[in-house]
Write a protein that binds this ligand. Structure first.
Ligand SMILES: [Zn+2]
Length: 283
């Protein structure tokens, strides 16, 4: 029988990288990156190793923290240079951007990243093939959630499923972020935003449904969701709904994260990094 695997990844970006803020209008002296160490402490409690997808322009500033992350046995992967959505860039710009992200991590941390996740899951087949050309070994930008207008559509013709949410072509892997099909919709049960906003009782219900159907669980969260910097002034003109989406549930998310980990542990999930799944050939 196949084992069950969970990757509890984090996308390391600051609050002003979020697609719903205009970065230029944000006070970038305010930071939510304190959330990284809060998450590291939670992972450490359970001796969980995971994958951190890092925005390249933060590497210099976070050099100490990122070295600590590597020394603790976590994986570092790519999350673009400055969090521009790939589908808004030309192919040439995309190639430059990803190449820069690779070099920032290699030159400043002495680390060769093998994986990538696109900002906002903004990815298509042409850009995916650039990742292969740049000698990366996997992408984790695939999500079946067609309601979100910013997410891309990814043509995976020629890829063969290794498991229900891991696909492979030659030596390149595609990991699909977990969603739960429910009444003709895919409910995204894998993001920190949903963990914050949904009451735990609902998350628990959806997760219990999900784990009965799936052997893998690929989750992602961001530093701002754990950050204790609650008083950031968002740019003037930010809508009420956007402010709510940014702030809601941040004070309870640590507690919910523990519950999520405990639920997965009770269901015999093994916590791994994406690179472990590449090395196991997706097994
Ligand atoms: Zn991101």
């Amino acid at each position: 029988m196949h084992k069950k695997y969970a990757v509890l990844g984090m996308d390391i970006e600051d609050w002003y990288h979020l697609d719903y803020f205009d970065k230029e209008k944000c006070d970038q002296s305010e930071s939510t990156l304190d959330g990284i160490s809060i998450y590291l402490d939670i992972l450490d409690t359970y001796n969980i190793k995971t994958t951190f997808f890092v925005v390249g322009e933060l590497v210099e500033k976070l050099k100490g923290t990122l070295k600590q992350i590597i020394n603790q046995g976590h994986e570092i992967a790519l999350h673009s240079h400055s969090h521009r959505r790939p589908l808004t860039m030309s192919i040439e710009e995309y190639k430059q951007d990803t190449g820069k992200n690779i070099r920032e991590i290699r030159d400043l941390l002495g680390y060769n990243a093998i994986g990538y996740r696109a900002p906002c899951f903004s990815m298509d087949r042409e850009r995916l093939e650039i990742l292969e050309d740049l000698n990366l070994h996997y992408d984790a930008s695939h999500i079946k959630f067609s309601d979100h207008k910013l997410y891309g559509h990814l043509d995976l013709t020629g890829f063969t499923p290794v498991r229900n949410d891991i696909l492979k072509r030659n030596d390149f892997f595609e990991f699909e972020t977990s969603t739960l099909p429910l009444k003709n919709k895919n409910i995204p049960i894998s993001g920190g935003g949903y963990l914050r906003i949904f009451p735990w009782i609902l998350t628990k219900y959806l997760l219990n449904k999900y784990v009965k159907l799936n052997k893998n669980y690929f989750f992602y969260i961001h530093p701002f969701e754990f950050s204790k910097n609650y008083n950031i002034k968002t740019p003037s003109g930010t809508s009420f709904a956007t402010n709510l989406r940014f702030r809601l549930g941040r004070k309870s998310v640590e507690k919910k994260m523990h519950r999520l980990i405990q639920l997965l542990k009770e269901r015999q999930y093994e916590f791994v990094r994406f690179e472990d799944l590449v090395n196991k050939q997706g097994a």
